[in-house]
Design a protein around this ligand. Structure first.
Ligand SMILES: [Cu+2]
Length: 126
C-alpha cells in the first residue's frame, strides 16, 4: 500500500466508526436507582428529546420517572407509555412524576404525543 491507499483505508474506518457512534453511541442507558422507599427513581430531562433516552428498571418494583420539561416546544408537552396505558401532560419547566409498576419484561418505547421524540424503557427480570 502506498500512502494514498492507507489514507483511504483510514478514512473508511473513520467513517464506519462515525456511523456506529451516531446510531449506537448516542443512546445513554441509565439504570434507575432504588431508593429507601423501594421505588426505582430516575430523572429525565425533556428538551428536544429525552435524556437519558434508555432507562433500565426492574420488573415488579414501583417506578417513579421524574420528567423535567426544560422547554416550551409543543412537541414534548405530552409523554406516552402506550404499553402501560399512561399518557401524561408535562408542564414546561416543571417536574412531573410518572409512577407505575412495570409488570412485564421487555423493551418498551415511550414517545411524545406525536410519536416523534422517543425513548426506551428496558424492564428486566430480577
Ligand atoms: Cu412531538
Amino acid at each position: 500500500m502506498d500512502s494514498t491507499q492507507i489514507g483511504v483505508a483510514i478514512g473508511g474506518v473513520a467513517a464506519i466508526v462515525l456511523v456506529l457512534w451516531y446510531f449506537f453511541g448516542k443512546r445513554e442507558r441509565v439504570a434507575a436507582e432504588v431508593g429507601q422507599s423501594g421505588v426505582q427513581e430516575i430523572s429525565v430531562t425533556v428538551k428536544g428529546g429525552y435524556s437519558p433516552d434508555v432507562i433500565a428498571v426492574r420488573r415488579g418494583l414501583p417506578v417513579r420517572l421524574n420528567f423535567y420539561r426544560d422547554e416550551t416546544a409543543s412537541c414534548s408537552e405530552r409523554v406516552i407509555f402506550g404499553d402501560f396505558g399512561i399518557a401524561r401532560d408535562l408542564p414546561a419547566f416543571k417536574t412531573t412524576p410518572i409512577e407505575f409498576t412495570p409488570d412485564k419484561e421487555g423493551v418498551f418505547t415511550f414517545t411524545c404525543g406525536m410519536n416523534m421524540l422517543r425513548g426506551k424503557l428496558v424492564v428486566e427480570g430480577k
